[in-house]
Design a protein around this ligand. Sequence first.
Ligand code: PFF
Length: 446
Amino acid sequence: MKLARFSRIGFILAAAGSAVGLGNIWKFPYITGEYGGGAFVLIYLLTVLFIGFSIMIAEMLIGYMGRSDTVTSFEKLAPKHKELWKFGGFQGLAGLFIMIFYSVVIGWIFHYIVTSLFYLPSSVAEAELRFSTMLHSDFFTQLFYHTLAFIGITYVLHRGIKGGIEKLNMILMPSLMLILLGMFAYAVSLDSFSRSVSFMFSADFSKIDSEAFVAAVGHAFFTLSLGMGAIMTYSASMQKNENLVTNAFWVVFLDTSIAIVAGLMLFTFLYQYGSGPAKGPGLVFISLPAAFYEMGIIGNFFAVLFFLALAFAGLTSAVSLTEPMVQYFIDRFHFSRLKASLAMGLFFYLFGIVALLSNIEGFQETLTWGGKSFFDWVDHVTAAIMLPLGGLVMALFIGFRVEKSRVEAVLKHQLGFAFEAWYFSLRYITPIAMVFVMLNLLGVFN
Ligand code: PFF
């Protein structure tokens, strides 16, 4: 199967579009709030630099050399034990599982774009009530917007790499950056900006324990879209003779700077107009709208822009979460693109409805096991097991299975003197970190 190729800038924007997602603008600020700021940010940045960057290069390498869907790429690169290693390619399933809740959250964002046009809650309590009413009792609103997300994402996927994914990212990524920079400029002009800077950058290590450490490592992984074949699948459509290290650098750089800019901006708004660095997943859906309300009429404008940016970030990631399995069905089962996109879309759409129902009163009990709703289970299993497992397999695959000479042939001149350090980190540091994350998230250390 011959793949269409991304242009160079198209590839960087698509991979950055995958990386920059709800993780950057929704999750990063609230977990930073939860773990007390600076010290957590520092650990996250170090992990991005020393582990994230090296796995990013490895994942790109598998896609770039394999030139196929993830399963076929693993087979091609390990002809000796391909029956076993091909399972490495099935981490694409994790993306599809993540989509089960990711699409529902994108639906919430769509809903907030529309309502923020004319309404903002006048207090945190009101905002909280509004969010929990939507979550626990408003099935049809959530279904409506989840359906819109499904249609949009499936449509883009069926248009393919060039006309769908590249085009989407070429439009949405620059728009997202413009919106964020515009709002960031406003934040810089406010008094509370300096408080926000010191919250994010002055390190207080007393708040750091093994849980915070694992959260930082796990988040670095999630935010860079590593471990589930999204970056790998896009890299199969990279032009020949591109520099993987430079491309990986740009993706990591854009992802990290957008998370920092979003975090600084949100905390400034929350200090200036709201209740301080609020904690928990409700940060952007609860504390932030209440802070926008305090801004006056400009608040509605900002709220709409903010949720638009969040939707753009979510959509470009969603497409990359689904594409690995779409490509797999095209390559291995000769599905047409339309059929593959529809089949994968329907998968996350239908299970998404179950996830959505699992928060609705009356269904909650049936769809909750061991204290976690179906929605939370999908989140937990993908983050705690599938993502780190995907990363572990990729690191071991490039570190021990693929002949070093083949790896050197592509990367030696690109990495220069850093090649051996990268190879060492991939063989030993990354696998240990991944196992540690998995054990901790599975509760082994508690
Ligand atoms: N990186 C995305 C985010 O930060 O929201 C989420 C994600 C996308 C994870 C694609 C993994 C992936 F393959």
